[in-house]
Design a protein around this ligand. Structure first.
Ligand code: GLC
Length: 556
């Protein structure tokens, strides 16, 4: 297997709005990231993915871009960005930007031009259809609730928008638009950016027959994502993108391929022959749990194990893989797959052992390393996400009450991941002197960086060990390149796997359940690398694991 820096990287995702506010206006910014580079370097990561920082009306917190060549004043300016890149590089940290290719903001000059007349030179940069029977062109749903189309009054036609009303989809069939995108991506790479996380890229080709979906309607529209996900033309465009932007550069790319993509489809992006991206993020492991009861939910452990195994073995030897537990679109990890009470520490450490010794490039999400949890959302006005506000009216129309909707969203909303990073126990968690728009989780007095940084037993210290094993230790190659094999496949509670390379072997064994369980254990431990309890009980070839107990070890 060919060695590459991005195969050995340990990534850290930053949601800039929530990370650190250097000018105390209540919104995180690029200088705020610069201030925390020492923290990140100490954590040991060597790659940062920053969510969009471009100029934007912020309908979707920056994913609605109105100028790809500039930084939104909320986040700083281009000089801050250059300084960030330079300072990160001097610490051995690379930076990838979030590249939004599927849509722009409706305030982007292209769209402002495009909507002005049917024959404007930018009209065809977007996707237009006329009304059918005085209704939207078809019954396709948008990801953010309602129709995937919006009427544009001046010309009387509908434009496609699979996210919010303010995010018109770009037409990738238009070669001028594609050239503009390549130019822009090259400009960022020339500036020193080390690659891209490519947003919503599975959707850049659509079923252009634009026929109604036969799928059952939900809230009046068909959530038939197949009409605009992972279609063959996506690959036609990405091969060109690779040729015009990536080829001959030592940069990395990770594409967001969304729900529903199979490992086989993923390989169409990342296989050695595909020549498109280095790796993709899939969403499959984000749904293997039941609603929260008290301090924890019931993880659907067997389902989760199956999912991990499917992706590990599906891509191994054929392409590369990306590993993550959560991102800015998912609730907090401890609230989903861990325990927020008595077993906070143990479950957080267990979850790190489960994910980060698998095969692929890991990405942790800001706040994960200190065990941040979901926010106690109580009413609609607590939420910021455009998707939640958009979807309420459709939920009400289906007979769901507002309080039921709020309860469900509170547990599942992506706003959970977007509350400010908790740096210390001072006001606003040390994030900003000004009260931020996305409220700080009230548990910031207990859960924060300052309280963990000098505590050997903390979640933060544990993450440092995990990261260092992958990036610096003598087992680095084994963990980055070793063959993955699942062990104890049928165990309902314990997820375990082995990695092996050149005669070296590592095992990661985790009880993912709140009760104690045991498994057969015939291995001989040569070196215990990590464990989340003080003692380890192995008797008569059985390993006895306490609630959420987990180990990583080198075996003979
Ligand atoms: C991706 C992003 C998400 C955003 C959407 C539209 O899924 O991760 O945050 O809302 O694309 O850009």
């Amino acid at each position: 297997m060919e060695k590459k820096w991005w195969k050995e990287a340990f990534g850290y995702q930053i949601y800039p709005r929530s990370f650190n506010d250097s000018n105390n206006d209540g919104v995180g910014d690029l200088r705020g990231i610069i201030e925390k580079l020492d923290y990140l370097s100490d954590l040991g990561i060597n790659l940062i993915w920053i969510c969009p920082f471009y100029k934007s009306p912020m309908d979707d917190n920056g994913y609605d871009v109105s100028d790809y060549y500039d930084i939104d004043p909320l986040f700083g300016n281009l000089d801050d960005c250059k300084e960030l890149i330079e300072k990160a590089h001097s610490k051995g940290i690379r930076i990838i930007a979030d590249l939004v290719l599927n849509h722009t903001s409706d305030e982007h000059p292209w769209f402002v031009e495009a909507k002005s007349s049917n024959d404007n030179q930018y009209r065809d940069f977007y996707i237009w259809q006329s009304s059918k029977d005085e209704k939207e062109p078809n019954n396709w749903a948008s990801f953010f609730g309602g129709s995937a189309w919006k009427l544009e009054e001046t010309t009387g036609e509908y434009f496609m928008k699979i996210f919010s009303d303010k995010m018109p989809d770009l037409n990738w069939e238009n070669s001028k638009m594609r050239e503009e995108m390549y130019k822009m991506a090259n400009w960022w790479l020339d500036l020193g950016i080390d690659g891209f996380r490519v947003d919503a890229v599975a959707h850049i080709a659509r079923d252009t027959s634009f026929k109604d979906s036969t799928m059952e309607l939900y809230n009046g529209y068909a959530p038939d994502w197949q009409k605009f996900s992972n279609l063959p033309d996506v690959h036609k465009h990405l091969k060109e993108f690779n040729e015009k932007v990536l080829a001959n550069r030592d940069v990395m790319t990770v594409g967001e391929v969304g729900g529903g993509a199979t490992p086989k489809q993923a390989l169409e992006y990342v296989s050695d022959q595909a020549k498109e991206f280095n790796m993709v993020f899939n969403f499959d492991h984000n749904h293997c749990y039941t609603p929260l009861e008290g301090d924890h939910n019931q993880t659907k452990i067997l389902e989760l194990k199956k999912t991990f195994n499917k992706w590990q073995t599906g891509l191994q030897g054929k392409g590369w893989n990306a590993l993550y537990w959560l991102n800015h679109d998912q609730p907090r990890l401890l609230s989903r797959y861990g325990h927020q009470g008595k077993y906070r520490l143990e479950s957080a450490k267990m979850l790190a052992n489960v994910m980060y010794f698998m095969w692929g490039t890991p990405f942790i999400y800001n706040g994960e390393e200190i065990g941040m949890t979901n926010y106690p959302f109580k009413e609609m006005s607590d939420f910021n996400d455009v998707a939640i506000h958009n979807s309420l009216k459709f939920a009400l129309a289906e007979g769901i009450t507002e309080s039921e909707y709020v309860k469900d969203q509170a547990e599942n909303t992506r706003d959970n991941a977007r509350t400010p990073m908790q740096w210390d126990d001072s006001e606003n968690g040390g994030f900003s002197a000004k009260a931020p728009i996305l409220k700080v989780n009230p548990n910031y007095k207990e859960v924060n960086v300052k309280s963990q940084v000098n505590d050997e037993n903390s979640i933060l210290s544990y993450y440092k060990q995990v990261i260092s094993l992958r990036t610096k230790s003598e087992y680095k190659d084994l963990i980055c390149y070793g063959l993955y094999e699942q062990l104890n496949q049928s165990s309902k509670y314990i997820y375990s796997y082995q990695r092996s390379l050149n005669g070296q072997k590592l095992i990661s064994i985790s009880n993912m359940d709140v009760k104690a369980h045991s498994i057969k254990f015939n291995h001989q431990i040569e070196k215990l690398l990590l464990s989340n309890y003080e003692d380890l009980k192995i008797e008569n070839n059985r390993l006895y694991l306490k609630p959420y107990e987990s180990i990583v070890a080198i075996i003979k």
